[in-house]
Design a protein. Structure first.
Length: 221
């Protein structure tokens, strides 16, 4: 190889490797979601910080004298776009995990001072209802999940968690020792099914209580 050949060897601009990996990963994820729509692909959003990691490696390589990576104004612009995309995807992933949202269809919901129930063909998000329960009451529940995942959390008025579980199909019963407000929080993850929570007054709690009726009243709220 002559000195001339070495001098004209092309350099790769900073950000092009990261951009290529992002395009391949995003395209693969889109293709997978078309063939397997029920497959959970939120991991693509959760993996977004890797964009910054790979880009950082490229920038470090560009700082090496005589390296094969070029860092000019076009490279800076490309890096800026990739950083913006990474931050936007991270923000979306954080919002999905931490903010309350409600997305459902074929859904019937009923809640009053004694019960809380939903019947849904698709439920992806959060919902909640607060019941006023007396000491000696029992909170009886029934959860049936046909697809996806449903997480249930029950908290008292002081914010203490009394029940927390991801349930497929189960009955649950919670004895109330202190009068106050109790909040039932449900988190559906592409779930289909139904659940019901009903208050059994203290005077009836010693009697054997059959499983709650899962039929949702016609009126919705």
């Amino acid at each position: 190889m002559t000195a001339n050949d070495t001098a004209v060897r092309p350099q790769r601009r900073a950000g092009t490797l990261t951009l290529g990996l992002v395009l391949i990963t995003a395209g693969t994820g889109m293709l997978v979601s078309l063939f397997w729509p029920a497959l959970e692909i939120r991991w693509l959003l959760k993996a977004s910080p890797l964009i910054l990691v790979v880009l950082g490696i490229e920038v470090l390589l560009s700082a090496r004298g005589g390296g094969k990576v070029k860092y000019d104004w076009l490279g800076m612009l490309l890096c800026f776009i990739l950083v913006g995309a990474g931050l936007a995807m991270y923000t979306a992933a954080w919002a999905f995990e931490n903010l309350e949202y409600f997305n459902a269809y074929d859904c019937s919901r009923y809640a009053d001072q004694n019960s809380y129930r939903m019947d849904y063909g698709y439920f992806d998000g959060f919902d909640s209802h607060t019941l006023h329960l007396e000491s000696g009451d029992t909170l009886d529940g029934r959860i049936d999940t046909y697809g996806g995942r449903l997480e249930v959390t029950i908290r008292d008025g002081d914010g203490n968690t009394l029940f927390e579980e991801a349930s497929q199909d189960r009955d649950c019963s919670l004895e109330i020792s202190q009068t106050g407000e109790y909040t039932i929080i449900v988190h559906g993850q592409r779930a289909s099914g139904q659940f019901v929570f009903e208050r059994t007054p203290a005077e009836q709690s010693e009697a054997s209580v059959s499983q709650p009726d899962l039929t949702v009243p016609e009126e919705d709220s």
